[in-house]
Design a protein around this ligand. Structure first.
Ligand code: NDP
Length: 819
């Protein structure tokens, strides 16, 4: 045999990683109990579940099966330590996080092997990607614990956090959840996925070793129906952080509706991988390997839809088939394999079912000529061509190593195809033309966009979805707010009539020095104005219509709604809006999408112009407030001035809330851009009819959204009086639409509407719950007040970054550079 023959017939030999240390560790701990208060506690049920190695189908060990009684115990432990942990200085918390990061690095190889055994993913990935990223998350968040006091003033931790994680990145998802939560002073009860509990249990051992105060981190293994659901329902849990399927995310949204629990959901995806004809095709092929065959395709942001420019499709498909033939599927502990085992037999069957359906629907399937091992749960890399964009395999998340390919001709068509999904988690764009790539990136509805790269993650750069991929971000500074609430937002009773009055007169909730925003004291404000006794105005014989697409429109119902003053006298009428009016308003709002892509300077100019036009009618607006609320003229005047100030604030923010540039450990940058959400439905509070209305409308439009606003039901005339202000301020039609009528009924329609991207509601506790429930249809983001008051005059409560964050979602655009 010649050297050449040997060279050509050379193949990979096995390069197995030894499992002995991990197996001994498992044996020494078997069976695993629950981790509560830094103790290993037997489950109340006395039952244990098998943990299976998906590469062999054999049992690795047993772990405890917790139930709701164990959830109660763990939540009690987390609650009792919360006061102490949240008051622990940031530097001390930083030291604990740092210690966790160091210990993870010291045990990196054991973690990597355990993860490969338990999940079936390749040791190459666990060793080089999962575990280093886990450590990085704890280091990064140690930094935020250290800086919390100086960089996040006015915020406090939410309390006990329930965290539910999936099986595809078991330890990494634990790190994404636990690191920010404890850095910000929360305590945690975490449920690992049923299939993959082992690295979480090793992590618990580390928690014990570093001496983290008992109760800060509690880990409950077990089944969704026993642990997951109890955690979601538990009244002591103040926030749920969930990663998993969209269906379960939707059910968690419904269960937590109205409870006041904060919620972040990282759900499924069907991410586009877009290849333009000038892309470097060899890099593209390796990109595809990383996009869909990494982690057996069991990645929420897997590039599972290959969109190729038509003129290069055949060439790219041929290259991909050649590369697929050379991929190696096998023992996850073999360092030379590319694709490991599917996590479970159920998941394997689901992949097989969807692939069979793809074939039945007429797509062309391609698989390598070789066969997978038959011992465990393996599936070969698979490519579908000739796929119709509406077919099941093009729409449904397969969560396996299955790529579906489609073609496009123009960049516009690429964007349309890319966005033709209910999801919006991630996208990859491949082109050597950076102008084209950076033009396309903002047009794709996705939380992360990777240019000439894919599946890049870093703790500094937030990750999370749009649309049915969920809401909230993990990582980056934006991820911290998921575990914080404004310090003023103490738990308060829902509105009663008397609280309305207190707030309306500013008695309870103005700035701490007792002065309101324009410097006047309450006493001055409350002084009745002798020249203008309230409640003596004659009724105004004018019925404002609705405001839709920049024009006044008659309500579809043909009915009017009477508006009364505080003494019960009729002072006017407004249109009685209904479902049809809301639909028209939403349609008009969608047509105003150019507003988001206009310049921030232009948006600022229009907000200033609105303030200018309102200020010339200051007296009239003040009188209108007096008329509707019975408050003093001075107080009403104060509200108008606060409204003018608020318009100025958001005109100012328009070109200053710009995002940031991250420098993750790669050659390149990540642009974290806050983008408009789209169309936001807004139901306004009854207190402060003008200020409440503008305080919500202004940040939303400042950030580029279009809005459909339901003004205060009892005092809508301040909002309808603004029609002329909008008409004379160069505001493009459709950016602001106003539908008067019954607040809760109209809010319900907005919350259920599939083309409304977010819903804000400031009304009753019941109304808040209904909005959260109804929002689950398309998983729209909600912001509700649970019937609790907010001091709109106070600049800390009534304006600022909390409003801007609610008006935007951060898109992270990864731009590597260098030859
Ligand atoms: P699930 O959404 O069912 O599971 C994710 C986590 O939620 C697990 O810890 C699970 O517990 C728990 N859980 C399940 N039901 C409830 C519930 N009603 N209340 C509270 N917690 C619950 O995902 P699957 O594992 O069933 O995977 C199904 C599909 O979900 C995949 O094929 C894929 O499409 C998608 N998925 C998406 C992920 C992502 O990263 N976005 C991750 C995983 C799956 P248990 O493990 O005990 O069932």
């Amino acid at each position: 045999m010649s050297v050449m023959d040997i060279f050509e017939t050379m193949d990979y030999g096995p390069a197995p990683e030894a499992a002995s240390t991990a197996l001994s560790w498992l044996k020494a701990h078997q069976p695993f109990n629950l981790f509560i208060n830094n103790q290993w506690v037997k489950p109340t049920s006395g039952q244990y579940l098998d943990s299976i190695n998906p590469a062999t189908g054999k049992v690795l060990t047993q772990v405890a099966s917790a139930n709701s009684a164990d959830v109660d115990t763990a939540v009690a432990a987390a609650s009792s330590t919360f006061a102490q942990w949240s008051a622990t200085p940031g530097h001390v918390r930083a030291r604990y996080l740092y210690a966790l990061a160091r210990q993870i690095q010291k045990h990196a190889r054991l973690f990597a092997v355990l993860e490969a055994l338990d999940n079936g993913k390749s040791i190459r990935e666990t060793r080089d990607l999962d575990i280093p990223l886990v450590a990085r998350h704890f280091y990064y968040h140690a930094g935020w614990a250290q800086l919390m006091a100086s960089e996040l003033p006015g915020y406090e931790p939410v309390g006990v956090v329930g965290q539910i994680i999936p099986w595809n990145f078991p330890l990494l998802m634990l790190a994404w959840k636990i690191a920010p939560a404890i850095a910000m002073g929360n305590t945690v009860v975490l449920k690992p996925a049923r299939y993959t509990p082992l690295t979480a249990l090793k992590f618990a051992e580390i928690v014990q070793e570093i001496g983290l105060p008992p109760g800060v981190i509690n880990i409950l293994t077990g089944e969704a129906s026993q642990v997951g659901e109890a955690l979601v329902r538990h009244p002591g849990v103040k926030k749920i952080a969930f990663t998993g399927s969209t269906d379960v995310g939707r059910s968690i949204r419904r269960t937590t509706a109205g409870s006041g629990k904060k919620l972040s959901l990282e759900l499924g995806g069907k991410s586009p991988f877009i290849v333009f004809d000038d892309a470097d095709l060899d890099s593209v092929v390796e990109g595809v390997v990383d996009a869909i065959w990494f982690n057996q395709g069991q990645v929420c942001c897997a590039g599972s839809r290959l969109l190729v420019q038509e003129n290069i499709a055949d060439r790219l498909h041929a290259k991909l088939l050649a590369r697929m033939e050379r991929l190696r599927v096998g023992d996850p502990l073999d360092k030379a394999i590319d694709i490991g085992a599917i996590v479970s037999s159920a998941q394997l069957q689901e992949i097989q079912r969807l692939v069979a359906q793809g074939i039945e629907e007429g797509a062309q399937v391609w698989q390598p000529s070789w066969a997978c091992p038959t011992d465990g749960y393996f599936f070969p890399p698979t490519l579908f061509t000739n796929v119709s964009p509406a077919s099941t395999i093009a729409q449904v998340e397969i969560f396996g190593p299955v790529l579906v390919a489609m073609t496009f001709r123009t960049p516009t068509e690429a964007v349309e195809l890319a966005n033709n999904t209910r999801y919006g988690l991630a996208a990859s764009i491949w082109s050597e033309n950076i102008n084209l790539a950076l033009d396309i990136a903002p047009k794709i509805k996705a939380g992360s966009v990777w240019i000439n790269c894919t599946n890049m993650f870093d703790a500094s750069s937030g990750f999370g979805g749009y649309r049915e991929s969920g809401f909230g971000r993990e990582g980056g500074k934006e991820g911290l707010y998921e575990y914080l609430r404004p310090a003023w937002e103490v738990e308060q009773a829902a509105f009663s009539t008397s609280t309305f009055t207190e707030i309306a007169t500013g008695e309870e909730h103005s700035s701490s020095n007792g002065a309101s925003e324009n410097g006047a004291t309450h006493e001055e404000n409350d002084e009745p104005d002798a020249s203008f006794p309230s409640g003596t105005l004659p009724a105004i014989d004018r019925t404002p219509k609705l405001f839709i697409a920049g024009k006044q429109a008659r309500p579809d119902s043909g009915y009017s709604r009477s508006v009364f003053d505080s003494a019960g006298r009729l002072i006017g009428e407004v249109g009685e809006g209904n479902r049809k009016d809301i639909r028209n308003a939403v349609e008009a709002a969608h047509k105003a999408s150019g507003w988001a892509s206009g310049t921030t300077h232009n948006r600022a100019q229009i907000l200033y112009y609105m303030a200018e036009n309102l200020s010339v009618r200051e007296d009239e607006f003040a009188r209108r407030i007096v008329q509707q609320t019975g408050r003093s003229y001075a107080d009403a005047r104060n509200e108008v001035q606060a409204t003018l100030s608020r318009l100025f604030s958001y005109a100012a923010w328009t070109d200053k809330y710009e995002g940031s540039v991250h420098r993750p450990p790669l050659r390149g940058v990540v642009l974290a851009l806050p983008e408009a959400i789209g169309v936001i439905g807004i139901a306004c509070p009854d207190e402060y009819p003008l200020l409440g209305f503008i305080s919500l409308l202004a940040p939303a439009i400042a950030m580029g959204n279009a809005v459909v606003v339901v003004p205060s039901q009892v005092a809508p005339l301040s909002a309808t009086d603004c029609y002329q202000v909008f008409e004379t301020s160069d505001l493009p039609s459709g950016v602001v639409n106003i539908v008067t009528g019954e607040r809760d009924a109209l809010s319900q329609v907005l919350a259920e509407h599939d083309d409304v991207d977010a819903m804000w509601y400031f009304g009753t506790a019941d109304g808040s719950q209904r909005v959260e429930l109804a929002s689950a249809g398309n998983m729209k983001r909600t912001w509700v007040n649970y019937g609790r008051p907010r001091a709109w005059l106070d600049t800390q409560q009534g304006e600022g970054q909390e409003f801007l964050r609610a008006s935007t979602q951060v898109k992270n655009i990864w731009v590597p550079y260098g030859e």
